[in-house]
Design a protein around this ligand. Structure first.
Ligand code: AP5
Length: 214
């Protein structure tokens, strides 16, 4: 099964993708995590992407498309996965369609998570992420047992640089202008399913699971 998770920053894509990985065996492919790892490792990709992430802007489409082509169709191509953070623009969606066509493959579903903008800002401001395994916590709604340590692996928890309030605002603007039009793109293809991201992560997961079916 190949699924895209769409939705604004902080709506819970990463949280739900991790649950889908645990419960349904879909590999979480988070382009944000891949880019942050590349920045940490100071790779060529990381050096090119760093300034965009800091500003809350999107990394250029050509760079993202070659990254996704290698990740999805390279030597270690996964069978079942969930795309968390890709595509983010119409050219990325068109590029992905082309890649699927070239490889005789297709998407199963596109899930759009929706939530109120103030809830999103509250979620992002209290987010903490594990440097080691990328597990996501929230100081208010899903606190770790120890404020600076990951429950899963003991790694250090940190606040993402782009979770500062001014960068959050910019990411929301970028989402509205460049990513939100993807909903219509996939609706016209009959692939879009909208799911409310209100409620606890478990409640949201139940809705996604029901939407994807058995
Ligand atoms: P990326 O890492 O993809 O960030 P994002 O889309 O902005 O999404 P987030 O990771 O901020 O939020 P999320 O929806 O995953 O929410 P989460 O589950 O963590 O991208 C970062 C940057 O990389 C971009 O700005 C761009 O520069 C670049 N980039 C990446 N992909 C790109 C692409 N394709 N093209 C170009 N550039 C790209 O949850 C948030 C918080 O809420 C957590 O604390 C969580 O615990 C909590 N929470 C989750 N669900 C609930 C709930 N139901 N109730 C209460 N709290 C909840």
């Amino acid at each position: 099964m190949k699924v895209i998770l769409l939705g604004p920053p902080g709506v819970g894509k990463g949280t739900q993708a991790q649950k889908l990985q645990q419960e349904r065996g879909l590999l979480q492919i988070s382009t944000g995590d891949i880019l942050r790892q590349a920045i940490k490792n100071q790779t060529n990709l990381g050096q090119q992407a760093n300034d965009y992430l800091k500003r809350g802007e999107l990394v250029p489409d050509d760079l993202m498309l070659s990254l996704i082509a290698e990740t999805l169709f390279g030597d270690r191509a996964p069978q079942d996965y969930i795309l968390d953070g890709f595509p983010r623009t119409i050219p990325q969606a068109e590029g992905l369609d082309k890649l699927f066509k070239q490889h005789g493959d297709n998407l199963d579903a596109v899930i759009l998570l929706e939530a109120d903008p103030q809830a999103i800002i509250n979620r992002l401001s209290a987010r903490r992420t594990c440097r080691q395994c990328n597990s996501v916590y929230n100081l208010l709604t899903n606190p770790p047992k120890h404020p600076q340590k990951c429950d899963a692996c003991g790694g250090e928890l940190y606040q993402r640089e782009d979770d500062r309030i001014e960068t959050i605002q910019r990411r929301l603007e970028v989402y509205t202008s460049q990513t939100a039009p993807l909903a219509e793109y996939y609706r016209q293809r009959g692939q879009l399913k909208t799911v409310s991201a209100d409620g606890t992560p478990a409640e949201v997961f139940q809705r996604i699971n029901d939407t994807l079916g058995g």
